[in-house]
Write a protein that binds this ligand. Structure first.
Ligand code: NCD
Length: 323
């Protein structure tokens, strides 16, 4: 299979995927359409393609991850690429090597695409300035997590048929959430109304500059909302106490059966995971008919296959020009 055989109708032209803030609505649609194509291929039974045969994809994860890391590895394998897994704890970083030197060393082994997660905002951007390989941001601190934003948007589009004109509430720890920022950029570009909702201490005042509305009372906005995306409280990024207790948080901002009944019919419940049952949502909601949490996981694989394809195609063009 060649790149020319894959239906890529819209524009792309990016060597790196660093955040949704930098993409246009059309570029975002290009990724979503390609993910839909992979969905149809998978349904027809094509679980392994050889499109990225000969490409090497390196996972550079300097922060914990279950689903993002596994999903990127599996996406690369499904496309026929070779994968290299790199963990910060077992690397020469612990012997004093710098982040960029470690990445250059890995690149010198012939890596084409680098998937990077780091607790420092901007780390993948730094790599993109030093490496010839394409860089995919798999989450940089509290900044962006573009593939998570894309898979959330894909899930909504699949279930509700559109993004334009929908009202999406992002509920929880907006201040520390890279998932929130990527969702906001993507959803607004595609014409959704976005409301961020949570304790006032977890909503930065300047978030309105991104074009969102702010609400502190979930029950008040519930009747207007087509989808809620429940963001985990990022205790590991918080310095200090942002609300009195977890049970108070759950009572005010947790999704439960009662709130589902008071929301719109068919309101979608998303959560990027890992979910904390009893905090952001009750088990009844997590496992109930409104939840699309496992669809999000499946779509994560498709979105990552689409992103790897688009960046590998750019990488191949750059190599051909250099020859
Ligand atoms: C998120 C992350 O790491 O940013 N999880 C994920 O990638 N699925 C959200 C979170 O950790 O709460």
């Amino acid at each position: 299979m060649r790149f020319s055989e894959v239906p890529i109708a819209g524009p792309w032209g990016e060597r790196h995927l660093l955040g949704l803030e930098r993409l246009t609505a059309d570029q975002i649609q290009t990724v979503l359409d390609l993910a839909d194509y992979y969905h149809r291929m998978t349904q027809k039974g094509a679980v392994r393609l050889d499109l990225l045969k000969g490409f090497v994809v390196a996972n550079l994860f300097f922060e914990n991850s279950t689903r993002t890391r596994t999903s990127f590895s599996l996406a690369a394998k499904r496309l026929g690429a070779d994968t290299v897994d790199f963990s910060a704890s077992s690397s020469s970083l612990s012997k004093g090597e710098t982040f960029v030197d470690t990445a250059l060393t890995i690149e010198a082994m012939g890596v084409d695409l680098v998937v990077c997660r780091h607790r420092t905002p901007g780390a993948p951007h730094l790599l993109s300035r030093h490496l010839r390989a394409g860089v995919l941001n798999a989450g940089d601190g509290t900044h962006e997590h573009p593939t998570q934003g894309l898979l959330d948007i894909l899930t909504i589009r699949q279930k509700l048929g559109r993004i334009h004109g929908l009202t999406v509430a992002l509920v929880g720890d907006i201040r520390h959430s890279r998932v929130a920022r990527s969702n906001i950029h993507g959803l607004i570009k595609l014409g959704a109304r976005v409301i961020v909702c949570g304790p006032s201490t977890l909503i930065p005042a300047d978030i309105v500059e991104l074009g969102v509305e702010v609400a502190y009372d979930l029950d008040r906005i519930l009747p207007e909302v087509d989808c809620v995306n429940l963001l985990r409280v990022q205790f590991e990024r918080q310095r200090g106490a942002f609300f009195p207790s977890i049970s108070e948080y759950a009572a005010l901002f947790g999704m439960n059966g009662d709130r589902i009944r008071r929301g719109k019919d068919g309101m979608l419940v998303l959560a990027p995971g890992p979910i904390n049952r009893g905090v952001e949502l009750t088990p009844e909601v997590a496992d109930g008919p409104n939840s699309v949490i496992l669809n999000q996981v499946s779509n994560g694989l498709l979105v990552r296959m689409a992103c790897l394809t688009l960046l590998a195609r750019e990488r191949q063009k750059a190599v051909e020009v250099a020859q």
